[in-house]
Design a binder for this molecule. Structure first.
Ligand code: 5GP
Length: 186
């Protein structure tokens, strides 16, 4: 197996975006947000588990006053006909008239965020924007687009930099994608 490849559970992955490129891009987004939110003391809301690394790296790249808090999204079977209801656990902050920046690991179909945004908007924030480390535009099924995007990627499964495959791989500093090379272990 080449050194740029790794095995996690039953699958092989290859390097897709290096940690150097990731750090560079996150510093850029940090500068952009610092410019856009100067004097507004935005509240970052990190969505656990996947965004914990992105949120903390981005937060350290800010040169303005800002606050951060983390939530977990839990889905449960609701009474609605269109499936599960997603609700936020740990959103204790008073967000009335606050400028909110949600940090996500990846926006895929957009289902998670589109179900959570109405709950957030009900609490009367001054503004809500989304910063997502990754976005898969080809996979989008719901009308939600991140305002700040680390990288747009094709519709493939990725791990590393906070993202997992069945709980493993979150600690990898680079981003990996499922390898086209056979994942059969000889
Ligand atoms: P959505 O609701 O936008 O379809 O999916 C968002 C969630 O799906 C993400 O927060 C993430 O947990 C998971 N997800 C989507 N694509 C990937 C991927 O390529 N890799 C990993 N590890 N998780 C993904």
């Amino acid at each position: 197996m080449p050194s740029s490849m790794i095995q996690v559970h039953d699958k092989r992955f290859e390097i897709f975006i290096s940690k150097e490129k990731i750090n560079e891009r996150i510093a850029e987004i940090g500068r952009e947000i610092s410019k856009d939110y100067l004097g507004l003391n935005p509240l970052f809301i990190g969505v656990l588990n996947g965004s914990f690394i992105f949120a903390s790296d981005l937060f350290r790249c800010l040169s303005i006053e800002a606050e951060i808090s983390f939530i977990k999204l839990a889905s449960y079977k609701g009474m609605s006909s269109n499936g599960d209801v997603i609700t936020a656990i740990g959103l204790d902050e008073n967000i009335n008239q606050r400028h909110i920046i949600i940090t996500e690991d990846i926006v895929d179909t957009g289902k998670t965020l589109s179900s959570f945004l109405p709950e957030l908007l009900q609490r009367n924030p001054a503004s809500v924007k989304i910063a997502s480390f990754l976005s898969k535009p080809e996979a989008r099924q719901y009308n939600v687009e991140p305002d700040y995007i680390g990288f747009e990627i094709p519709n493939k499964f990725v791990i590393g930099y906070g993202l997992d495959y069945d709980r493993l791989g979150r600690n990898l500093p680079d981003l990996y994608v499922t390898s086209s090379v056979s994942s059969e272990v000889p």
